[in-house]
Ligand binder design. Sequence first.
Ligand code: UDP
Length: 412
Amino acid sequence: MHTSPLEQPGTGDAGGMNVYIVQTATRMARRGIAVEIFTRATSSDLPPVAELAPGVLVRHVTAGPFEGLGKDELPGQLCAFTAGVLRAEARHEPGYYDAVHSHYWLSGQVGWLSTGRWGVPHVHTPHTLAKVKNAALAAGDRPEPRIRVIGEEQVVAESDRLVANTPVEAGQLIDLYGAEPERVVTIPPGVDLERFRPGDPAAARAALGLAPDAVVLAFVGRLQPLKAPDVLVRAAAEMLARDPALRDRLVVLIVGGPSGNGLEQPEALRALAVELGVADVVRFLPPQSGSALAEAYRAADLVAVPSYNESFGLVALEAQACGTPVVAASVGGLPVAVADGESGLLMTSHDPAEWARALSDVALRPARLAELSARAVDHAARFSWDRTTDALLATYAEAARPLETSRREVAV
Ligand code: UDP
């Protein structure tokens, strides 16, 4: 409901969830399963129905004003959105949809009502959880509202199956939200290994106007406090303070667009870089699509993922698939996405001085970098959208059957 699979990820509300939906829907369609994705219309120019890929339709539902509606205001449009979904189904023969998979709690509410009416299974993937997010807020970040917490609790209680990205997230659904363990399935996301594969880093650098011997540290993703791109800028300042000769070679590449509030806009990061005296080494690129994003990963020696929380962190997998090791905060799904000491490093703090040490330790030691780079490719290859899709389809089939034995029943 809050973002469309047709949007460019890496800015605003479009991120990993959009990629997840596009990748799994496309693969389901290739297996002969018709997929229809309902999303809120955000412009009067959008057609009622658009084809995302053969066998995948995107239905634009009118719910509230097209533009200028913030994410916080969307709960007020749930009724209108659900009405649009129910109307679309009513134009078909009864039993047209076999299952509903909702993504994020707002759509979870729509899935809850529509599946109750249609008598089909409801599978829900939260993607992020308010209680987890609120426990790891960046300084100055706004907590997620209570209405979201309540809405998530309702969706957890009402879904036939809940899909978690990692075992940690599965535990959070059970422990923080009271989900029945039997309804929680852990399915890791994937990575598009055709698009994200090792290539020629020198060519990638040349395309971006970067010197072959530059030390390139990249941040890729939505610019928001939770993702902490400022930690990389601060760490770069520490690196230069310790080794001024590095100034001629160091490049901090920030790829992505604004999202949320606070320090996230490129302007605020730019101001921070000026304040720290490192504006000359920081380069910004708007959200990248197609092969350009893979080239940006290849151009980097390291990709930094300093997030305060990350449900999974597709960027970490994509970088590794391109042969670029990742230095990531040890939060959320990142310990699954990154094999500590093998395909990258996991950091337990957000202290820029510690990040500077870790980044220098790898980026300035070619042998260490090469070793991690080779293993990064192997680690990423363990994840695939085809496997994610197979597991989702199996989950839809399971969700259509009654729960065999719940733990509660066994205990009795
Ligand atoms: N992304 C992109 N272009 C950009 C930056 C990011 O297409 O310039 C994509 C990236 O490929 C990844 C997604 O946005 O698949 C971000 O997903 P992630 O799980 O890392 O973070 P999220 O945005 O979901 O918090």
